[in-house]
Structure formats: structure tokens, C-alpha cells
Ligand binder design. Structure first.
Ligand SMILES: *Cc1c(COP(=O)(O)O)cnc(C)c1O
Length: 425
């Protein structure tokens, strides 16, 4: 059979029951797995055989969902984590240690920024942040002999900046380091970073992938395309690992060296594994991901067009609008649309923005984004509340900004809700 469409993979990939087994992916609610001999289990510990023995490393329910996401992104292997934060941490920590340098696009999720700029900086890894619209020449100058990877976000939360994946990948590869891309907002339905040169993909599955705001999770997917051996600067992958009796990952696992080491080393030691129950819920979400993304995107475009023509709105940011500075880039990397998140300013500033949100009846105020229910957030009085007016402006989050996450309700109801909220201002 020829390569299946992504809509089909959302439903069919990962779990293939054998004769008489449950049709629906079961929850293997077990920390541990039984073996007949000590030798059989010993071989698992030595990475000589593949199999399950402890759910901190691998679990059949989690494994099936990893296979599905790997199929959606087109990689050689995936590893689920307990949150998006854990996925970002592990993706970098797998190939960088104290004394190393990482180049990161400054337009990234605030939680990732804190993780890199505070916690991982305190661990001794130096992060250098570069502007999303940096030129190839400027980017070129940032690489150092100890640069280990480049990190960027395909479509940023909350500023909706589109990453020039090809530009960042080309620069990274010229210096023989991989590009890691956070693909959370567009999801594999709308963006395929591997096609444009990204080597590793991370996601917060807590957003559209789960889609119902019920389970936290994260995932790392390895394209298998980066040549660790040729790069000559990743001894953790190309030299013997004494904690596994001298296993050399690139020799034992070939193209899957990075993702296998991530599991056998970091998941073994840090233990931020997704639970089988959450993997099951995530899988239910993934089954309808393609359908939901289509509706989120169509609804968001209608909402963005409504806001653009509204007399009480001062500005609208949505990369799907032809007036957006990221329209052309979005068309290249996300030809079928971006996602359901729109940001805009209400005339009357901070106070009007808050009153508008409080007037909404369908859309509720929550910290979360990117699930089936329309929701909104005023970053200046919540996630960014420590910042002064000047700092808010500098970080691209003006005090009148509302982050509006358009759900999959009927768009006429969403707009009617906004209309009555504007009228009541
Ligand atoms: C939410 C988010 C994260 C962090 O994910 P959690 O699951 O909340 O830990 C990382 N990246 C992006 C783009 C996000 O939106």
C-alpha cells in the first residue's frame, strides 16, 4: 500500500492489535513486566534486546502513542515525556553539557525561555538568543566551536512569529550541529519541520495534540537525518557509554542513536515519563487532530477577519491575514494554515482589554491555549504581570494584547459572543 495520508495515520498508526486483542489501545497500567529468566531481563538491561521491563523507560501504551506521533512527523523514533517542558529540557540536555553553547531564537514560549535562560544556564550551558528575523550573515557569526545545537519554535506562543526553518537549518548544518524545532502550535498536520531541514522536533502535547485540555505531555521526535559521527563533536553518541557496558549509540542504533540515548540515558536518570493513562488520553486526542486543526484554523481566520474590521480593535496579529508580516513565511511552512490562536489589541488599552474578556460568556479566561474550547488570556495582567509598561512593549506583549484561542464551536457563536462583549464595553 502506498504511504497513508496524515488523517489516516492519526487514526490508524501506533496500535495494531493481533488476533483477538482489543481493537482500542489498552491502558497497560503496570510499572513492571514479567520474564521467565534472569538472562532474558539482563539482555534488556544491556540494550541487547528490545522489550518492556519498567515503565520509567518504556510502557506498551506509551510506546504505541510514540509510534503514532513518530509516524505523523516522519521520524525514526519518538519519546513521550511528562510535559512539554520536559521534552524541551531532554532534547537539549541529550547533546549539551556544562561548558557548551546553544543558539536559540528569542521568539519562543516563555516557559522554554525560563528553562533555558535560568535553570539550564545555571547548569552551565550558555544560551545565546537571536532575533527571529536575523539574517543568514548575522546568524553565521553566532556559532562557536562549542555550539551544540540551534533551537527555535515553528510558530510562537504567544507572539505568532513564524520561524524561517530553512535559514536556521542551513546555518546549523554548515556548522555540523542539529536544529531542534518546537512544532507545538502548527502540529504535524500543518507543518513538517523535517521537510525543511529540522533534525529534531519537540512538542507540548498538552496543546492541540491532546486537544481537550485534559492531560499534560511532551514528545521528542528524531528525524534520523543528522550524522553525529561525521560532525565529530558528540562523544556522548559516538564513544562508549560506560553506564551501558560500553555501548556506542551510533554503532548499536544507527540513525536512531539520538532518540535511543535520550531514553536509555536521560529517561532512565531523570524519570520524566508520561503515564499510561495520559498516553491513552493523548491518543484519543490524536485521533481527531486533523479534523480539529482544520476547524480551528478556519474559525480563527474568520475571527481574525472580523476583528480586523472592528472599530473597537486597534490591531490584529494572525499570520493567516495577508497584512501580517509573517503571511508569506506562513504560506511556505504552513500552507494549509497556522493554528487557532489570534492576538489583538482593544482600543482603550489594558483596562478595556480586561473588561472585554470579563464580558465574554462562551470564551473563558484560562492560562491554557489550543484546545477545543474557545479561551482567552490577558498576558499583561497574568503571565507577564511582573513587567513594566516599557518591558511589556519590548517583549512584544503590549498591555492591550489579548491572546484569543479560537476553539471548534460554531464560529457564528464565537463572534456573537465577542460582539456582545464589545457592545457592553
Ligand atoms: C505550552 C508550551 C510548552 C510547554 O509545555 P507544557 O506541556 O506546558 O510543559 C512548550 N512549548 C510551547 C510552544 C508551548 O505552547
Amino acid at each position: 500500500m502506498k504511504e497513508l495520508h496524515i488523517e489516516t495515520k492519526c487514526i490508524q498508526s501506533g496500535w495494531n492489535p493481533k488476533n483477538g486483542e482489543p481493537r482500542v489501545l489498552p491502558i497497560y497500567q503496570s510499572t513492571t513486566f514479567a520474564y521467565d529468566t534472569a538472562q532474558a531481563m539482563g539482555d534488556l538491561f544491556d540494550l541487547k534486546a528490545a522489550g518492556f521491563f519498567y515503565s520509567r523507560l518504556a510502557n506498551p501504551t506509551v510506546d504505541a502513542v510514540e509510534q503514532k506521533i513518530n509516524d505523523l512527523e516522519g521520524g525514526v523514533g519518538a519519546m513521550l515525556c511528562s510535559s512539554g517542558q520536559s521534552a524541551s529540557l531532554n532534547s537539549v540536555l541529550n547533546i549539551a553539557r556544562a561548558g557548551d553553547h546553544v543558539i536559540c531564537c528569542s521568539a519562543i514560549y516563555g516557559g522554554t525561555y525560563n528553562l533555558f535562560n535560568k535553570t539550564m544556564r545555571e547548569m552551565g550551558i550558555e544560551f545565546e538568543f537571536v532575533a527571529p528575523d536575523i539574517t543568514a550573515e548575522e546568524l553565521e557569526k553566532c556559532f562557536r566551536p562549542n555550539t551544540r545545537c540551534v533551537f527555535g519554535e515553528a510558530l510562537t506562543n504567544p507572539s505568532l512569529t513564524v520561524l524561517d526553518i530553512e535559514l536556521f537549518a542551513t546555518a546549523a548544518h554548515k556548522h555540523q550541529v542539529p536544529l531542534i524545532v518546537d512544532n507545538t502550535f502548527p502540529t504535524p498536520i500543518h507543518c513538517n519541520p523535517f521537510k525543511f531541514g529540522a533534525d529534531i522536533i519537540v512538542h507540548s502535547t498538552s496543546k492541540y495534540m491532546d486537544g481537550h485540555a485534559c492531560s499534560l505531555g511532551g514528545v521528542i521526535v528524531d528525524s534520523g537525518n543528522f550524522d553525529w559521527k561525521a560532525a565529530g563533536k558528540y562523544p556522548e553518541l559516538t564513544e562508549p557509554d560506560e553506564s551501558y557496558h560500553g555501548t556506542v549509540y551510533t554503532e548499536a542504533f544507527g540513525k536512531a542513536a539520538y532518540i535511543i540515548k535520550c531514553r536509555t540515558h536521560l529517561m532512565r536518570d531523570l524519570g520524566t515519563m508520561l503515564s499510561p493513562q495520559n498516553a491513552f488520553l493523548l491518543n484519543l486526542g490524536l485521533e481527531t487532530l486533523a479534523l480539529r486543526m482544520e476547524r480551528h484554523t478556519a474559525n480563527a481566520l474568520t475571527v481574525a477577519e472580523y476583528l480586523e474590521n472592528h472599530p473597537q480593535v486597534s490591531w490584529v496579529n494572525f499570520p493567516g491575514l495577508p497584512g501580517s508580516p509573517y503571511y508569506v513565511r506562513a504560506k511556505k511552512y504552513m500552507p494549509q494554515g497556522t493554528c487557532g490562536v489570534v492576538s489583538f489589541g482593544v482600543k482603550g488599552g489594558r483596562e478595556a482589554a480586561c473588561r472585554f474578556m470579563e464580558n465574554l460568556k462562551i470564551a473563558r479566561i484560562v492560562t491554557h491555549v489550543a484546545d477545543a474550547r474557545t479561551c482567552c488570556l490577558h498576558p499583561a495582567s497574568t503571565t507577564h504581570r511582573q513587567l513594566s509598561e516599557a518591558q511589556l512593549k519590548a517583549s512584544g506583549v503590549p498591555s492591550d494584547l489579548i491572546r484569543f484561542s479560537v476553539g471548534i464551536e460554531h464560529v457564528h457563536d464565537i463572534i456573537a459572543d465577542m460582539e456582545q462583549a464589545f457592545k457592553a464595553l
